[in-house]
Design a protein around this ligand. Sequence first.
Ligand code: ADP
Ligand code: MG
Length: 187
Amino acid sequence: MKVKTSNIEDTKKLAEIFASCLSTEGAFVSLFGDIGAGKTAFARCVFKALGVKEKITSPSFVILNEYKGAKLPFLGENSFAACKNSVQKPEKELPIYHFDLYRLENEGLETIKEELREYSRPGVLTFVEWADFGAGELPYNRLNIKVFYDEAEFNDTRYYEFEPVGAEYEEFVRKIAALAKSEGLLK
Ligand code: ADP
Ligand code: MG
């Protein structure tokens, strides 16, 4: 599934859809794409949608940021039809881990692989930017998101391509696609 966002507002909408489809099991998301494509922007919008109040910055220098305060089920402003029935359930805290592997040297992956493994467990939400550098240490079941932009076009158009690996994530992406369609983000 490939979603075109024409501006940051569309990306925010996509992030809210993503947040609304998450269960308390959380997710492992590996992000690919060039500098400035919109990996951090998407992560930030998802974390905000889930209720994180802290400032969300790029973890490119610190490798890993942790956020508290995210709650599930999603009770954001946009209550999408597919998750309306979950609104009555009590909220549960969802820990968030946001990696950026860009500045890891080859041997650097060794220093972070315990954390990558630890944060692949159910019940947490993990985003990994520059997942290309984590090859071999990523869990098999995950959602790959490839972010593109057309360098020839100096505008705000971005493409978010969702690639599920494993049955659970296939179902997750089907839900996101259905909502993206009904919200007019996907043809
Ligand atoms: P990355 O993490 O991939 O290096 P960032 O998310 O830090 O990239 O930067 C993306 C930049 O592009 C931000 O300044 C953001 O505001 C801007 N931008 C413009 N249009 C969009 C869009 N449609 N979706 C996401 N970001 C956008
Ligand atoms: Mg980034």
